[in-house]
Design a protein around this ligand. Structure first.
Ligand SMILES: Nc1nc2c(ncn2[C@@H]2O[C@H](COP(=O)(O)OP(=O)(O)OP(=O)(O)O)[C@@H](O)[C@H]2O)c(=O)[nH]1
Ligand SMILES: [Mg+2]
Length: 356
């Protein structure tokens, strides 16, 4: 994200027209001192009055980088003009409009009225301010999953996974099963995607590799019944966690949405996680919002961040849904999964010399 913003700032500077020198006719003529009486001091330097602001000179005034700005206070107008320009770079980095609104307010508050001192790089001032603002957005009160599971009143702790097709729900469940084991917690997986051909087999392969039990029924059976079985099994065997896979569904698919609601009614999950694919850009936050409205979500898992050079989707999804990101997927391997760390994300977004 920062790389795009920086490129934009630099392009802005490069495109900035040269300040227009006041034309001869605009220069107030210096009064002639030749005929004045000798008592009047001759050494008085007569400066031309300030040139009225033309569009070109306003443009150069709006530059944060010219020497002319040093030592002067930035006006809200100046900051706004720069922000108008940055908006394009932010939108291209998948930063959603409401997030840009928030960044704008934060930057205006921090930069307007501020004096740029000699040696203080304006680009750095923008970067610092943006970074602070992004960090504040990402630092939503987190859900510490292992702690939440241990603190939960009853066993098992049930987690339902929802999201559109192919975002990485099943892969994330497998990764999370491995993560839970490393945390010393046991789990079973409910093969709740009874809709897509091959979905149950896909989970069985993961289960075998990870040594995790997969509770399943026939293809086409009721996912709520599968979830119910898995919970009953976990209760009987004192398993800590049940992870419920579901079929990928478009939020517009009424039947599948009803199915997810039914799973919720039947097993009352402690946590419903929306799995979003960072590569789908702004779509991910629209999906997250609609799933939240239709089913209710508690948090997010963002996948495919390894392939996402823009980075704004994570920022947008958590800002718009007001739900924390719990985990991120950064590859296809079981180990390519991590607890979401806002500092890590900020570092990625503001990385120099990458798409970040
Ligand atoms: N690069 C990358 N690929 C991922 C990541 N997570 C999942 N994938 C890949 O995305 C593809 C889809 O993953 P699935 O887990 O099957 O997605 P799903 O949401 O269960 O898909 P449906 O069941 O069809 O709705 C697979 O090829 C995964 O390997 C990730 O973090 N990074
Ligand atoms: Mg799946």
């Amino acid at each position: 994200m920062w790389a795009a913003v920086k490129a934009r700032l630099r392009r802005r500077e490069a495109a900035k027209p040269e300040p227009v020198p006041p034309s001869e006719s605009q220069q107030p003529e210096a009064p002639s001192t030749a005929n004045l009486p000798a008592s009047v001091p001759r050494a008085v330097e007569v400066r031309p009055r300030a040139v009225p602001s033309t569009p070109a000179s306003r443009e150069s005034d709006a530059s944060l980088f010219t020497d002319g700005m040093l030592g002067r206070r930035l006006t809200e107008g100046t900051v706004d003009e720069v922000l108008d320009d940055l908006e394009i770079a932010l939108l291209q980095s998948d930063v959603a409009v409401p997030v840009i609104g928030r960044l704008r307010r934060d930057l205006r508050r921090e930069l307007a009225g501020r004096k740029l001192r000699f040696g203080v790089d304006a680009e750095e001032a923008i970067r610092t301010s943006l970074e602070r603002s992004v960090r504040a957005i990402l630092a939503r009160p987190p859900i510490h999953l292992a702690e939440a599971i241990r603190a939960h009143a009853s066993r098992p702790y049930v987690i339902l996974f929802v999201g559109v097709n192919g975002t990485g729900k099943t892969t994330s469940i497998a990764k999370l099963a491995g993560w839970l084991r490393r945390e010393g917690l046991s789990c079973v997986i409910a093969a709740g995607d009874t809709f897509r051909a091959g979905a149950i087999e896909q989970l069985l392969v993961h289960g075998e590799r990870l040594g995790v039990r997969v509770v399943r029924q026939q293809e086409g059976s009721d996912p709520a019944a599968v979830a119910f079985d898995a919970v009953a099994h976990a209760k009987a065997k004192k398993v800590d966690v049940v992870l419920i896979d579901t079929a990928g569904r478009q939020h517009t698919n009424e039947n599948l949405i009803e199915e997810a609601k039914k799973i919720r009614r039947v097993v009352a999950p402690a946590l419903t996680l929306f799995v979003g694919d960072a590569l789908s850009g702004n779509d991910v936050l629209e999906q997250a919002k609609l799933f939240d409205t239709a089913i209710g979500i508690d948090g997010l898992i963002l996948t495919k961040l390894d392939a996402d050079v823009k980075g704004g989707a994570a920022l947008s999804a958590t800002y718009v849904t007001k739900k924390p990101i719990l985990f991120v997927g950064v590859g296809q391997g079981y180990g390519d999964f991590a607890v979401f760390d806002p500092d890590w994300m900020v570092h990625r977004l503001f990385a120099e010399g990458t798409g970040g």
